[in-house]
Design a protein around this ligand. Structure first.
Ligand SMILES: *Cc1c(COP(=O)(O)O)cnc(C)c1O
Length: 302
């Protein structure tokens, strides 16, 4: 829907694949893109003065779970004639509904919570306006970027348990969060449920839950990080998220590898940052697994 002179204003800490897509297409001249820290309203205002055609929002963001106010940004974006798209992958429609908050488009990676079983790859774009939805549908058919029948069947099947799964993802995440708060080898936790998280109040206002994702920095060096990851038995080291099984990701070398070291530093992605996708296992097992891995690191330090 964009032309070569059109500008996208996107978050500086967006999902690595989104960064790669926007950056690569912009380098080919498809459109212009500017990455800004959308939690900094001054920086956002400066970018909006350039009259973007699209403001892209990702909240909570990946991997640091930064939260921005969808209603407020939508109002500002609409005032300069921009459309607003929200990547709602982290919460799913169960926990956040951007169209009712003022957005024009919502994108979900259905690979994640919506299908929920880590056995399909897909996505969905939802437009508030029927005419824009038709335009997207036309392009989907023209390009062929549409789901196949079997993946669609699987995704619809997953969708039926979405709300029950989200409840359990949340309950398990809350238990893991409680444990991490007490763990001496955790340097910092990034989770909007924490009252000192800068996005806590906005999250409480616009989300109906805190979801199943959390990130933290390990207090340690690269060797200790490797030992920690190698000692986990229930958490698999893998990309992706939102499935029944718990996963751990090292954003610096995995999901966000396409970013330069400078771009990673600017986005706040530290060398020992780990992201957890909390699955549907018994949460006492999940906590025990993490504790075992932390204990291994502790032993190595003695
Ligand atoms: C995984 C992810 C995507 C991309 O989804 P794929 O289905 O893997 O292409 C987009 N946005 C966010 C926030 C994601 O986590």
């Amino acid at each position: 829907m964009l032309s070569p002179d059109d500008l996208i204003v996107a978050p500086h800490d967006c999902y690595g694949g989104t960064y790669r897509l926007f950056d690569s297409r912009a380098k080919k001249g498809a459109f212009k893109v500017e990455f800004v820290d959308q939690t900094d309203s001054n920086a956002l205002d400066v970018a909006l003065e350039k009259k973007p055609k699209l403001v892209w929002i990702e909240t909570p963001s990946n991997p640091l779970l930064r939260v921005v106010d969808i209603a407020e940004i939508s109002k500002k974006a609409h005032a300069v004639g921009a459309k607003v798209g929200v990547d709602n992958t982290f919460l799913s429609p169960v926990l956040q509904q951007p169209l009712t908050l003022g957005a024009d488009f919502v994108v979900h990676s259905t690979t994640k919570f919506i299908n929920g079983h880590s056995d399909t790859v897909g996505g969905v774009v939802v437009a508030k306006d029927a005419e824009l939805a038709d335009e997207l549908k036309w392009w989907g058919n023209c390009i062929g970027a549409t789901g196949n029948a079997f993946d669609s069947y699987m995704t619809l099947r997953g969708l039926r348990t979405l709300s029950a799964r989200m409840r359990q993802h949340e309950e398990n995440s809350a238990a893991v969060l409680e444990y991490l708060k007490t763990e001496a080898l955790v340097k910092v936790i990034y989770h909007p449920a924490l009252p000192d998280h800068p996005g806590h109040d906005i999250a409480k206002k616009q989300q109906s839950g805190f979801g199943g994702m959390l990130s933290f920095e390990l207090k340690g060096n690269e060797e200790e990080l490797k030992l920690f990851l190698g000692s986990l038995k229930l958490f698999s080291l893998a990309e992706s998220l939102g499935g029944v099984e718990s996963l751990v990701t090292h954003p610096g070398s995995m999901t966000h590898r396409a970013m330069s070291d400078e771009a990673q530093a600017e986005a706040g992605i530290a060398a020992t940052l780990l992201r957890l996708s909390i699955g549907l296992e018994d949460h006492t097992d999940l906590v025990a697994d993490l504790k075992y891995a932390f204990d291994k690191v502790r032993e190595s330090q003695q």
